[in-house]
Ligand binder design. Sequence first.
Ligand SMILES: Cc1cc2nc3c(=O)[nH]c(=O)nc-3n(C[C@H](O)[C@H](O)[C@H](O)COP(=O)(O)OP(=O)(O)OC[C@H]3O[C@@H](n4cnc5c(N)ncnc54)[C@H](O)[C@@H]3O)c2cc1C
Length: 272
Amino acid sequence: MRQTDPFWWEAAPPQTLPQIPVTPTCDVVVVGAGYTGVSAALTLARAGRSVQVFDKMRPGEGASTRNGGIASGNLRPGYDELARKFGQERATAIQTEAKIAREDLSDFIRRETIDCDFKMTGRFSGASNAADYEGLAREAERLSRQLGVEAYAVPRAEQRAVLGTDFYHGGMMRNDIGGLHPAKLHAGMLRVALESGAVVHGETAVEKVRATGIRFEVTTARGIVTCDHVITGTNGYTDGSDKWLRRRLVPVRSRLIATAPLSVTPLQFASR
Ligand SMILES: Cc1cc2nc3c(=O)[nH]c(=O)nc-3n(C[C@H](O)[C@H](O)[C@H](O)COP(=O)(O)OP(=O)(O)OC[C@H]3O[C@@H](n4cnc5c(N)ncnc54)[C@H](O)[C@@H]3O)c2cc1C
């Protein structure tokens, strides 16, 4: 049988929330209840703002429960390309920001006691030839020196202990990259946002947003809301209710491959 839902929804399916009445006024309307919308709602609710979040599907049913769960401060383009485009100082600042974002995620998960199987597994980047390996070794040295990231080169002779294969010409290990259960993370974020006072309306589409002087009128499938601010977190699911944003989306295909658990993990190697 063809399975169209992610297998990992079995452990954390998107929730159907009770449909409560839409309040006609609030400080902020958030469109989309993925990580972006729920995170914004949590921050605003804790700052004392009245927030209503609307999602046309069940909260989190978009990319936020379907993704690969890689929690990484790694950026593309890499440092060399960033430095070519923006100069070394800016390139370092951009990469530092990415590193801080990943650290912030770890802190958030710990602070809010979100059970989402978060593990710092590390990540191995394999070299396809000897020159590639030299480049990765330089990258490991730079990451460690400039950003304080625990990164090191793994010569070909030692990579079997890391990856269980001799396929690559060695590679680079970064210990600051991990993985988590994406749907459990979303469920935890939704829980803390609701506990903080944010109101989340699932299965309620935003159909139109209209500026009315300094306020906004938001037409939803279950009522009209007047608010001071609108935050859009609709990602690739953006529809005709935001034509300006929709015109700016470019579809990109993505696939995930899951294996059975590997017997040797990089951290076992690192801690030898
Ligand atoms: C296959 C895949 C793998 C990925 N792997 C990773 C990974 O390993 N690591 C990583 O960090 N990132 C990964 N990502 C990216 C990550 O999933 C997204 O960046 C993140 O989930 C975006 O969250 P979001 O809240 O912005 O969007 P989403 O979670 O997509 O939420 C957008 C929401 O907006 C709602 N919406 C749209 N229009 C309306 C409307 N008119 N009214 C009401 N609601 C509306 C949708 O219903 C949807 O729920 C991956 C993405 C994909 C697709």
